[in-house]
Design a protein around this ligand. Sequence first.
Ligand SMILES: Nc1ncnc2c1ncn2[C@@H]1O[C@H](COP(=O)(O)OP(=O)(O)O)[C@@H](O)[C@H]1O
Ligand SMILES: [Mg+2]
Length: 251
Amino acid sequence: MKFCLNIKSLKKNFGCNSVLSNVDLEIQSDKVTVIIGKSGAGKSVLLKLIAGILNADGGKISITQVSDAGQSSEINLKDLGFSYMFQNNALFDSLTAFDNIALPLIEGNYNFKSSQVRLKVDALLEQLDLLSSKNKFPGELSGGMKKRVAFARALVTEPNIVLFDEPTTGLDPEKKFTVFEMINQYKEQFGFSALLVSHDIPEVYEIVDSIAWLDEGKIKFQGSKDEIDRIADQSVKNYLKTGRFNSKVRL
Ligand SMILES: Nc1ncnc2c1ncn2[C@@H]1O[C@H](COP(=O)(O)OP(=O)(O)O)[C@@H](O)[C@H]1O
Ligand SMILES: [Mg+2]
């Protein structure tokens, strides 16, 4: 599905703490967008506002769907279809891989027959190379297998957009790379667009089309890697390239 998710003047306060004062952001279908910014900048809050887990205090999030014939119409996030992938996988330890993956289909008011659920989950188990883990519990799976089960659970409802909040935090460098590769590969295979929050600069840039820098309640930059190169302010350019201010890396 071709769509554009448009965020305009989004605001969020917690009491006197103004976290987002004026966020503008555009997310295009079939793209990978990453939100970067220092700890506490409001990245998770922004994802939760997009996912509808939190309500905004102002501004607007709108989604425009563009049909094959070129006609555009406004839709809501539920109709777009989204899922949210948690950092720690958030699998249920008492459920098998199969039952974990089936859960969104059963809890989501889709009215699928159990035979349809079985078909969908089995297809995903096969596509993600998890058939041998089908009846295992999370405690019996390796870290990589658990990540794939979490991925399968996020994909089983066929979302058009998947939100990832720091999917690689706490992983060693090699595993980080594997997770980014996984996002990239499944994006091609299943055709979702991805919105992620990440600290792993520059590693995450390998898979992203658009980079958005959240700072002081606003998106201060949104653009591609090439556009970072054209930023005149050296310290901002340096930060966006390395993830660190005052980095000694020469550019
Ligand atoms: N549910 C909440 N209630 C009150 N304050 C919150 C809540 N969630 C986040 N905050 C505050 O919002 C700010 C941004 O948090 P967060 O989005 O988690 O930052 P990060 O960019 O590190 O993900 C922080 O100051 C945090 O304390
Ligand atoms: Mg966060």
